[in-house]
Design a protein around this ligand. Structure first.
Ligand SMILES: Nc1ncnc2c1ncn2[C@@H]1O[C@H](COP(=O)(O)OP(=O)(O)OP(=O)(O)O)[C@@H](O)[C@H]1O
Ligand SMILES: [Mg+2]
Length: 438
């Protein structure tokens, strides 16, 4: 203990200084001078802290308050620790002193001592305080650790209970937050957000599956009943041919539904970074419109293309062509006979692809809905289709980081695909910054 060491060191230094003074007295006044000073110092000692013994060559006491020369050799560094009984009036009774012998010429010996009882008491107090403090600290540490681990385990158990409940089928269960905003709350909030997202995805997947099942059942049962008719009835060659042709149409519809679903999945997976290449939207517009020319003519619809100069974006040629085809298909399909459709590829603030018609349009509140899979807005099955066209457009837009906007053409619908700036698209940033605003 450094503090105690320091206090003893102080006592030793005082003794040394005291001894030095006495040595000088001896040098000046011989034994008599020494005895005189010892007597003086013993008499005038307000602290009652200094002790002396002067003995002659025969060991007889000449002066001082220490009764006898110690028998045993000094303990440490030439110092004794002596038990002394101070019987002077107002003395301290039994107490400990630190003392040191001073050799003098001529056989006289001097012992100079200093009370260290106070220092010993301080030492004990310090020891006790340190022991108590350490004990208390240990106890508090243990208690704190115990409480903390109980609390941590409690929170973890809560998470465990909730996840078990979710695994048992209670998908709507969420982890309770304590509201303290600590790491556990943050973890719980993140887990809850994750569960929310998974639940949404599962729900939308279930909806898609339901819709697929629903959409496929009708053509499949039609195919089946035709086969049944062919098997049961005695039909001639012409009739058989008719049945087979109808069956083929249904099979084609089924295949195109699956193809559309696969294209959407492919666009949504977005894992085809290597298939991104420069695509000229103007050329794309001319090609797609040419493809739809016969369909448009059938409905006496005039399709205008405004795409004079190349408008180059980085993208997937095939998916972009399919998306544009779906938009042109809709524009022609939902326009009244004799209507007009405009397809435009232009470099505005950024590259844009626009398809506008003068048909019935889509009311603002239904525009987001129209992008969902298998959603068709007109209840009567007046036009062919299964509600996947715009879903693919949305997925392709997202893949290209393009903004998809459905707006009013007064009358009709105008669909705009706003691609990211070409330089940015070239760096591939468009893939990440996917937005599809409606
Ligand atoms: N140009 C348009 N004018 C008016 N309504 C439209 C137009 N385009 C789409 N819609 C509406 O949005 C719905 C969804 O369009 P989407 O292209 O996704 O499906 P679809 O055309 O019905 O079928 P598919 O494209 O799969 O053959 C359509 O059923 C239609 O009601
Ligand atoms: Mg369509």
């Amino acid at each position: 203990m450094a503090a105690v060491e320091y206090m003893e060191q102080q006592a030793r230094e005082t003794i040394e200084a005291d001894a030095q003074g006495l040595l000088e007295a001896h040098a000046l006044g011989g034994v008599a001078g020494l005895v005189e000073l010892v007597n003086l110092r013993s008499a005038y000692d307000p602290d009652r802290a200094s002790f002396y013994l002067v003995v002659d060559g025969q060991g007889r006491q000449l002066a001082g308050t220490i009764a006898a020369w110690p028998q045993e050799p000094p303990q440490a560094q030439g110092f004794w620790r002596l038990e002394l009984v101070d019987r002077r009036p107002g003395g301290r009774g039994s107490h400990q002193i630190l003392a040191r012998a001073v050799e003098l010429p001529g056989g006289t010996r001097l012992l100079v001592g200093r009370d260290i009882q106070d220092k010993i008491r301080t030492q004990q107090l310090l020891r006790n305080a340190i022991a108590a403090g350490t004990g208390l600290m240990l106890l508090l540490g243990l208690l704190g650790g115990f409480a903390l681990s109980r609390w941590t385990i409690g929170r973890l158990e809560q998470v465990n209970r909730t996840t078990s409940a979710i695994m048992a089928g209670h998908l709507g269960r969420r982890i309770a937050l304590e509201g303290g905003g600590d790491e556990f709350d943050e973890l719980a909030a993140n887990l809850n957000a994750m569960l929310e997202r998974i639940e949404q995805l599962v729900a939308s997947m279930r909806e898609v599956t339901d819709n697929i099942a629903h959409d496929l059942r009708t053509p499949l049962s039609r195919i089946r009943s035709r086969i049944e008719v062919a098997l049961l009835k005695d039909i001639d060659r012409a009739e058989a041919r008719e049945l087979l042709e109808a069956t083929m149409r249904d099979a084609d519809a089924l295949i195109s539904t699956f193809n559309a679903l696969l294209s959407i999945a492919r666009a949504e997976a977005g894992s085809q970074g290597q298939e991104m290449e420069p695509v000229d939207l103007a050329e794309l517009a001319h090609d797609v419109v040419e493809l739809y020319e016969p369909f448009a003519e059938e409905r006496a619809i005039r399709v205008e293309v405004e795409a004079a100069r190349p408008v180059v974006v980085r993208g997937n040629q095939q998916l972009l062509a399919q998306a544009l085809a779906n938009l042109v298909d809709n524009a022609i399909k939902y326009s009244p006979e004799g209507g007009r459709v405009r397809v435009e590829a232009r470099e505005a603030a950024t590259p844009e692809l626009v398809v506008a018609d003068r048909g019935p349009g889509i009311p603002p509140e239904l525009r987001a809905k129209a992008l969902e899979r298998f959603v068709r807005l007109q209840p009567e099955r007046s036009t062919p289709g299964n509600g996947l066209g715009l879903s693919l457009v949305a997925a392709v837009a997202k893949l290209h980081g393009a903004e998809l906007e459905l707006a009013d053409n007064r009358p009709g619908l105008v669909v705009t695909l706003r691609f990211p700036p070409t330089a940015q698209a070239a760096r591939g940033d468009g893939l990440r910054a996917a937005t599809a605003a409606v």
